[in-house]
Design a protein around this ligand. Structure first.
Ligand code: PRP
Ligand code: URA
Length: 209
């Protein structure tokens, strides 16, 4: 079974409290999503393999460690996942980026695919799927299904806020995918919104409501 890691670092929790506030405006919301993703990236990449290298400093030869093994890819689930990409790329500049476009049908709450474009060599990469919200888990499961259908074998899921329903759905469908979250909230409401959550992440990032 996969692991679920909740990142309770004080900086993440502080920023998350401001993010949740209904009075936080679009500019600050966008900045906070990006900052939280950057901090989460630091933890979610903790187990990446490294290899020893020798580096000539101005005074001596130093034994250092650098990232080894698979190259990385960051895959935002559109739209809201886009808000998490820039800070991750700041940390991992060589990562390639793919896009999976899904929206939730307002009646059924099931994901509807409208756009997908992945790096050509995606099957050889360690993939980080990013999306601020894990609600029913339908979007995450569909995104991971799509990635696996393109040969991906090493997938990590990063969400800012999840809930038990979403986590269970991902674990049931994809027990090999580890999850990193900043918070696991109580439940879903009748519209499949996370309670207490933060509302509609896409609308708050892009100012569409
Ligand atoms: C939101 C969110 C996730 C999805 C989570 O996107 O960003 O992708 O809902 O819900 P689920 O776990 O029940 O699938 P939404 O469908 O609202 O699209 P948007 O990002 O374009 O606003
Ligand atoms: N999508 C969101 O943006 N927020 C939720 O609470 C659930 C799905």
């Amino acid at each position: 079974m996969s692991t679920v890691t909740v990142l309770d670092h004080p900086l993440i929790q502080h920023k998350l409290a401001i993010l949740r506030n209904k009075d936080t405006g679009v500019k600050e919301f966008r900045e906070l999503v990006s900052e939280i993703a950057g901090l989460m990236c630091y933890e979610a990449t903790r187990s990446l393999p490294t290899e020893e290298v020798e580096v000539q400093t101005p005074v001596a030869l130093a034994k250092c460690r650098m990232l080894a093994g698979k190259k990385l890819a960051i895959i935002p689930i559109l739209r809201a996942g886009l808000g998490m990409v820039d800070s991750m790329v700041d940390m991992i500049p060589s990562a390639k980026i793919g896009h999976i476009g899904l929206y939730r049908d307002p009646e059924t709450h099931l994901p509807v695919e409208y756009y997908c474009k992945l790096p050509e060599d995606i099957e050889n990469r360690q993939v980080f799927v990013v999306d601020p919200m894990l609600a029913t888990g339908g979007s995450a499961v569909a995104a991971i299904d799509f990635l696996k259908s393109h040969g991906c074998k090493n997938i990590i899921m990063m969400n800012i806020i999840g809930c038990p329903e979403g986590i269970q759905a991902v674990q049931a469908a994809h027990p090999d995918v580890d999850l990193y979250l900043a918070a696991v909230d109580e439940k879903l409401n009748e519209h499949a919104y996370i309670i207490p959550g933060l509302g509609d992440a896409g609308d708050r990032i892009f100012g569409t409501k």
